[in-house]
Design a protein around this ligand. Structure first.
Ligand code: 2AM
Ligand code: CA
Ligand code: CA
Ligand code: CA
Length: 258
């Protein structure tokens, strides 16, 4: 896509996300309705649904021909990455949203014929919006985000998933040992944004497409690598153990995992 068209799309998505944020903040002043999805650790609220509905409607107006894949099922049944595909997570870190009223994000990824094109991670309470892609570069609010240093695993903090660390899946305890220490926040979006900002050397979790669609676009734009934990490419239509890391940390992790 032409840079000018991307800039227009980017400005429109940023405006949608800012409006969505004001809706979410105002909904947080009212009673939340919380339901369990698959377990007591897997929640959905009225705000997840209303925000997804808002984001999907707005993206439809912006890009009527596109397919939209969204976590709570208010988008389309997407089976191919051909054409324009938007991938939406209305509230990432719902458990944090319910119990901390903090540390959650909205995420949108835009893929054009499977090519990572635009990504958005919006940490709602911190009001930090990571936005952009390979053509536009990555902005943190109104500042261009520099590429993070290629810090090795041994030289930085590692973003862990609580369940994977506790169960030592994918050698996560060894990975954490080799790093300067594990950090667990409970939002894939916020943790991936910490990798973008150079605050973590990597993040590993078992993720669904909407958990890493936005982060993949932003991370790859900044020279970070996104792969499955065995080093093979991610597939945007399936779940897996996804690693977002500096090149150097990825090398060390692949050696530990193989
Ligand atoms: P979510 O809040 O949008 O569901 C910690 O729970 C992180 O893992 C969050 O980013 C969460 O996204 C994600 N996650 C992915 N699959 C999950 C599941 N089955 N249960 C809870 N969280 C999940
Ligand atoms: Ca969820
Ligand atoms: Ca999520
Ligand atoms: Ca979610």
């Amino acid at each position: 896509m032409e840079k000018q068209a991307l800039q227009q799309l980017n400005q429109a998505v940023i405006a949608i996300l800012k409006t969505a944020r004001t809706h979410v903040l105002s909904a947080m002043g009212q009673t939340l309705t919380v339901a369990e999805k698959t377990s007591r650790k897997d929640l959905v609220t009225n705000v997840d649904r209303s925000n997804e509905n808002f984001l999907v409607q707005q993206i439809r107006q912006l890009d009527p021909q596109a397919q939209i894949l969204a976590e709570e099922g208010l988008g389309d049944q997407v089976t191919s990455m051909a054409g324009h595909v938007w991938i939406v997570d209305p509230i990432d870190g719902t458990m944090n949203f319910v119990h901390q009223r903090n540390h959650f994000a909205m995420m949108i990824g835009f893929y054009n014929d499977g090519i990572p094109t635009l990504g958005y991670i919006y940490d709602v309470m911190a009001d930090k919006l990571y936005a952009g892609g390979p053509t536009l570069g990555v902005m943190l609010n109104d500042q261009l985000l520099p590429k993070p240093a290629d810090t090795p695993l041994s030289g930085g903090l590692f973003g862990a998933s609580g369940p994977l660390l506790i169960q030592d899946r994918y050698h996560m305890q060894t990975i954490a040992q080799e790093s300067l220490g594990p950090r667990i926040l409970g939002s894939a979006g916020v943790q991936i944004s910490q990798v973008l900002a150079g605050e973590l050397v990597g993040y590993l979790s078992y993720l669904r497409p909407w958990d890493f669609a936005a982060g993949r676009v932003l991370a790859e734009s900044l020279g970070l690598v996104v792969s499955q934990v065995d080093g093979t490419p991610v597939n945007m239509l399936s779940s897996g153990a996804v690693l977002v890391a500096t090149k150097s940390a990825q090398r060390a992790i692949l050696t530990i995992v193989k």
